[in-house]
Design a protein around this ligand. Sequence first.
Ligand SMILES: *[C@@H]1O[C@H](CO)[C@@H](O)[C@H](O)[C@H]1NC(C)=O
Ligand SMILES: *[C@@H]1O[C@H](CO)[C@@H](O)[C@H](O)[C@H]1NC(C)=O
Ligand SMILES: *[C@@H]1O[C@H](CO)[C@@H](O)[C@H](O)[C@H]1NC(C)=O
Ligand SMILES: *[C@@H]1O[C@H](CO)[C@@H](O)[C@H](O)[C@H]1NC(C)=O
Length: 260
Amino acid sequence: MRSIFLIASILATLSSTSAANCTRDGLLSTASQFVTAVIAGQVNNLPTTSNFTNQENNKALALSKGVFASPLQIDTNRSTADTVACASYTMLISTSGPKPYVLATQIRHDGNDTGKISTIDTIAATTGSLFFTASLTLSYIKAEDWSALPAASQPGRDLLKKVGDGYLDMWTDAKAADTIPWGTNCERVEGSRLTKPCGASLPPGGSAKQNDDRRYVVDEVMGSVDVLCAFNSLGNMPDSHEIRVVDGKVKYVHTITVIG
Ligand SMILES: *[C@@H]1O[C@H](CO)[C@@H](O)[C@H](O)[C@H]1NC(C)=O
Ligand SMILES: *[C@@H]1O[C@H](CO)[C@@H](O)[C@H](O)[C@H]1NC(C)=O
Ligand SMILES: *[C@@H]1O[C@H](CO)[C@@H](O)[C@H](O)[C@H]1NC(C)=O
Ligand SMILES: *[C@@H]1O[C@H](CO)[C@@H](O)[C@H](O)[C@H]1NC(C)=O
């Protein structure tokens, strides 16, 4: 009897610790499988939960109907990991297919199980999207330094969330820009439009409609926050804003915005 109790309690302990584990390696490994699947046009074969949902440009959509339905040639990819939300963010640029794409995808996992995907959530920009020229975006993105930050340079989770929110609030709140720690040599890539320093010519507030439906991936090691949202302040536009903070200051801003 006693040994059965002991085994039962050991098993309970094992399953509770594994459930509470969402590791960076697990997240990045699934993100990398996702990239491989995108290239092969086999995203629908990835392991998913029973209630898996795919969303594209803020609308539920079958994988077979969306941007991942056929193989994509990928010029560059970069992923970040949020071990608290158990989610990852992947940016993909494809310049050479029949249709060029710049894609922002957040992948989420329920119950901290990085082996199964519960949500794929993508902002898919193509010709006609805001300031869209994929090859120009690619050239700016490739020139950036996204190496992992040493511990002393990493921003905290709260700062990253605050910077992401402050940025998206600038269209509705004239004071939001002043809450953001702009770096002096930072750059902003909006579609393919480059602005340096990134704190120049900012929106002055004035819109009555919040940018909402915000979904976050926060990565302290990369110093980044990605927020997918409904960019309602200027019309209902599916949007991704990714911001990198190094040594407490904004270093890069990337926006991917779909019109209509
Ligand atoms: C939890 O994660 C830690 C750190 O990655 C690892 O050492 C440990 O084996 C994991 N535990 C389980 C039960 O998966
Ligand atoms: C899927 O089901 C799990 C377990 O019932 C639940 O925790 C989770 O919120 C659901 N996820 C979605 C995307 O609906
Ligand atoms: C995706 O990114 C990883 C990590 O930087 C890199 O090793 C890999 O070659 C990239 N794949 C493609 C198709 O660009
Ligand atoms: C997932 O991991 C986080 C952080 O370790 C923990 O706070 C949370 O309770 C875990 N969730 C589940 C469903 O295990």
